[in-house]
Ligand binder design. Structure first.
Ligand code: ARG
Length: 462
């Protein structure tokens, strides 16, 4: 095919090269942002006298038409036109002739693509922030719905201490809050306009970057053209934030996969979110959770792709950078889908309080609180640890719980211990005894739940 911008070439481009180098198959997704940036650029060119007002108006109007053609599927994409920037500019020239040939004044595809990617990422980031908030909402609703439910808390996946289900849900709300603010930090750092960096060195034309900055709503102008045209840090930060969310979701998914097994029976997953087996008629599989766990691997992989892509690249633009898009788009699409599923699943799943209550007293969840009770009674912590350890062994020998031990066993540790101790042992008693800030004690959890409710209500009013 004949070269699109080919004054210096004699021959045509090899078709295999066109197919190898094209990005239109995936960067067409940037069309709206590309057009928005071109409109701002055209208006600025008119402000500084590089276009007449009429020329800029004609360009803006034609860009609007091109946009609606793309949106209604009337726009023809062609591999030989390489990328979205060339497609739109070519369509403009087909419509406006020489006026269309003026749009690219004072800019390059290098600062153009950097700008498009920033505009796209800014929107994508806002979408993710909203989806994370929705999952947090679902978690807080679940925390409110399960206000008194007690769960066994685990470390090393071994029963450890009792926790409130609401405390459990709020733990994930906190993790996601770090993710959310990490995204907002990223948004703030990337809020610099690249356009005007041109190919790498800026331009000798009297462009007004401040005007473009204002029109496109960036907080600042990128200060160094070499940096601005090659910077992809913002994509890596964004995808890192997505990967981190994926990692958080995958831990939660794993927990719920285990909790919904016959072995655990803590959770009832809604039928609508499970699938059957092609051979085993009784099966109800947690595929959605498994895929949330599995898809997080893709996002982590996308982050890896981006880091390796930019590693060792010299300044400024290199065509390698074209490969950034699929990784970022994939990370965004994948994680947005996971967040949507997570919110729905959290809203629809139900704990099984009877199944939980049946086995809550197993596993000595109250042992640590008993030890702390001895500490309060004046026993050195290490001695209390040992004493309770011995009681647990006795229980195991007899096949009973700490609540079942007779008073003599307690009084043997410390005379007079027995009457009060029965208000301490037992999972409910143990749970009530927690009091430190941020603990799973009912008062502490109530404070946190109120804080979350207020935060979400304020957020909803904004
Ligand atoms: N399609 C290219 C990309 O995505 C646009 C920039 C091309 N610039 C260039 N000088 N070839 O990176």
């Amino acid at each position: 095919m004949h070269k699109t911008w080919g004054g210096r070439f004699q021959g045509d481009t090899d078709q295999r090269v066109e197919e190898f180098t094209e990005s239109i198959s995936f960067d067409r997704r940037l069309y709206a942002h590309d057009i928005a940036a071109s409109m701002a650029h055209a208006r600025m060119l008119a402000e500084v006298g590089l276009l007449t007002a009429e020329e800029a108006e004609a360009i803006v109007a034609a860009l609007q038409t091109i946009r609606s053609e793309i949106e209604t599927g009337q726009f023809a994409f062609r591999v030989e036109l390489e990328d979205i920037h060339t497609h739109i500019e070519r369509a403009l020239i087909e419509r406006l002739g020489d006026v269309g040939r003026k749009l690219h004044t004072g800019r390059s595809r290098n600062d153009q693509v950097a700008t498009d990617m920033k505009l796209w990422t800014r929107d994508a980031l806002d979408t993710i922030v909203g989806l994370v908030r929705d999952v947090q909402r679902a978690l807080v609703e679940a925390a409110e719905r399960h206000a008194d439910l007690i769960l066994p808390g685990y470390t090393h996946l071994q029963r450890a201490q009792p926790i409130l289900a609401s405390h459990y849900f709020l733990a994930y709300a906190e993790k996601l809050e770090r993710d959310r603010t990490r995204l907002l930090d990223c948004r703030d750092r990337m809020d610099e306009l690249p356009l005007g960096a041109a190919a790498l060195a800026g331009t000798s034309l009297p462009i007004d970057r401040e005007s473009v900055r204002k029109q496109l709503g960036f907080a600042r102008i990128a200060a160094n053209s070499l940096d601005a045209s090659s910077d992809r840090d913002f994509l890596i930060e964004f995808v890192f934030a997505l990967a981190m969310i994926g990692v958080h979701l995958s831990g939660w998914a794993e927990e719920w996969i285990v909790w919904s097994t016959v072995e655990f029976r803590f959770l009832d997953l809604p039928d609508a979110f499970c699938t059957g087996s092609s051979i085993m008629p009784h099966k109800k599989n947690p595929d959605v959770l498994e895929l949330i766990r599995g898809k997080s691997a893709r996002v982590v992989g996308d982050l890896h792709r981006l880091l390796v892509l930019v590693k060792g690249l010299p300044l400024a633009y290199n065509r390698d950078l074209q490969e950034d898009k699929q990784a970022v788009f994939d990370a965004f699409d994948t994680l947005a889908a996971c967040l949507r599923m997570a919110a729905s699943l959290i809203r629809a799943a139900r704990f099984r309080p009877e199944a939980l209550a049946e086995r809550l007293e197993d596993g000595f969840l109250d042992a640590t609180t008993l030890m702390e009770h001895l500490v309060l009674a004046g026993m050195p912590m290490r001695s209390a640890h040992e004493a309770v350890g011995k009681l647990v062994r006795k229980c195991e020998e007899r096949g009973c719980r700490l609540t079942d031990l007779p008073p003599e066993e307690y009084d043997a540790i410390r005379p007079g211990l027995s009457p009060g101790v029965y208000h301490i042992v037992g999972v409910r008693n143990a749970l009530r005894a927690f009091r430190s800030l941020g603990s799973t004690g009912p008062e502490q959890v109530a404070v946190q739940l109120r804080r979350w409710r207020e935060r979400l209500d304020t957020d909803a009013r904004m």
